[in-house]
Design a protein around this ligand. Structure first.
Ligand SMILES: *[C@@H]1O[C@H](CO)[C@@H](O)[C@H](O)[C@H]1NC(C)=O
Length: 477
């Protein structure tokens, strides 16, 4: 009796052992048989680096600015200026931005309904949240030109910077605050101009007007940040050869919020007042950028098609999603070469936008659960660990020098399949908590967002006249 029990225990444990080994072997065999569908990574790549390695790509092209991560070693911001955020704080701010994008889309829809004569109530909060996954570019403003680091944002339109005199309050910024009175090319914009009226759609607020008929803008963001000031016109210097005279921008005399040392914001949205629209004559509403794989590398932002990235795969913009956002049509997701069984209506009913300021890509919950399930099935040899904020598929990789992860690809409209680069698949909070960098929306009807982690190292080309956006692999390091 005792013997048979022992035998049974032995048998069952070795059977269990056999099962585990067999599963691991299966996962490894698939990975070895189809190397094209996997990335091999050193786990040390999940550690932050404190040394800046500037990109060599795109820097000599016309109309090109360097893009740096605000919190990385390539940013010139002092550490007292930019409070380093924890990974949890970054992800919490990211959800605030996503919520504010939804509220803006609701406002836009309601405005359209208003125009058609139906009634609508506006939510109290409007505007986008800056979030914390921001990238910055440095531009020159005024004559003589002053360098200003601006947050680069494809999800909003108005470009603004803090201006002296700060009538109420200015937050602290790295560079000296712009003084329009010291520039020979600054002028106020009049309330009667079409540009002043354009503020309503660009900011979500009706412009104000001073007694001397200077147009006053105000923009507030979902996280209670805001900028209010005069609407001005000024010479904007992108590079020595790329100068936009008469650039309309917000000269903010009362500013508050989470801009973390940046002088303001560069609006790259679709609306009439965005820099993309204002520079249409010069650059034909074409721009491209590449976000670097790590905060210790730099990327680029190029205006115009002259700096065209090679091997670009294009997908058409989808029907408009609000007046600022760029819509995309996601059709399917592949994991390790296998197409996930997700009904195409899941993607078509939610829709999707691409946003430079959202960190983590948001998917309809039905799509996300299929994705995480397929990903987990390919990762059985690694140890699952606790969730990280909105990320629920996390691994402890502290005991392995390398990791083999399945390639994730997005199938966009026009049958355009784009592989997400390795740095766009995982988001790490140290080696012992490395997570699948995608998250589920609350509901399948919420709009999806293609975020900046997934865009890393892709050359992303926006061609507005052709109505398409393109992706090229290895756009930057
Ligand atoms: C712009 O308008 C404001 C308010 O009317 C005024 O205080 C300021 O001096 C004007 N600036 C210029 C350069 O005209």
């Amino acid at each position: 009796m005792k013997h048979s029990l022992l035998l049974m225990l032995l048998l069952s444990s070795s059977f269990f052992f056999f099962l585990v080994v067999a599963r691991k072997q299966h996962a490894l065999e698939t990975k070895e048989a189809m190397p094209n569908h996997y990335h091999n990574l050193q786990t040390t790549s999940f550690l932050p680096s404190s040394i800046c390695t500037p990109s060599t790509k795109g820097d000599k092209k016309r109309g090109t600015l360097e893009v740096v991560h605000k919190h990385g070693p390539c940013s010139t911001f002092s550490k007292d200026m930019v409070k380093p955020l924890t990974v949890e704080e970054i992800l919490t701010n990211d959800q605030d931005r996503v919520d504010s994008i939804w509220s803006r889309l609701i406002i836009d829809t309601d405005r359209k309904k208003d125009a058609q004569g139906s009634k609508a109530t506006l939510p109290a909060k409007s505007g986008s949240t800056i979030g914390s996954g921001n990238y910055i570019v440095t531009v020159g403003l005024g004559t003589p030109k002053k360098d200003l680091s601006l947050i680069f944002d494809t999800g909003s339109d108005l470009t603004w910077t803090q201006c002296q005199p700060c009538a109420k309050s200015c937050y602290s910024q790295q560079e000296p605050i712009f003084a329009p009175s010291s520039s020979t090319t600054y002028s106020n914009v009049s309330c009667s101009s079409t540009e002043c009226s354009g503020l309503t759609s660009a900011t979500g607020n009706q412009p104000g007007c001073t007694s001397s008929s200077t147009c006053v803008y105000g923009i507030q963001y979902g996280d209670q940040s805001f900028s209010v000031g005069f609407f001005g016109k000024e010479k904007l210097t992108l590079t020595s050869k790329d100068v936009i005279d008469d650039f309309y921008f917000g000269c903010g005399q009362n500013n508050q919020g989470l801009f973390g040392g940046a002088a303001g914001l560069l609006g790259l949205g679709r609306d009439k007042l965005s820099i993309v629209s204002q520079s249409a004559q010069k650059y034909g509403k074409v721009f491209s950028y590449c976000l670097p794989s790590r905060a210790s590398y730099t990327g680029y932002l190029t205006f115009g098609s002259n700096g065209a990235v090679s091997n670009v795969k294009y997908t058409p913009f989808s029907a408009s999603k609000g007046s600022s956002f760029y819509g995309l049509e996601l059709q399917a997701i592949f994991v390790g070469g296998n197409k996930l069984a997700i009904s195409p209506t899941v993607f078509s009913s939610s829709g999707m936008i691409i946003d430079s300021g959202t960190v983590i890509t948001r998917l309809p919950p039905t799509a996300y659960s299929a994705l995480s399930k397929a990903f987990r099935a390919q990762m059985t040899e690694y140890t699952l660990t606790k969730p990280l904020s909105i990320l629920d598929t996390c691994y402890d990789l502290s005991n392995t020098p390398t990791v083999t992860i399945p390639i994730i690809s997005m199938l966009w409209g026009g049958n355009t399949k784009v592989d997400i680069a390795a740095p766009g698949i995982l988001y790490a909070n140290g080696i012992n908590q490395v997570c699948l960098a995608f998250a589920a929306n609350g509901d399948d009807s919420d709009i999806g967002i293609f975020g900046n982690v997934q865009q890393k190292t892709l050359g992303v080309v926006y061609d507005l006249p052709a109505g398409k956006v393109g992706f090229a692999s290895k756009g930057c390091a």
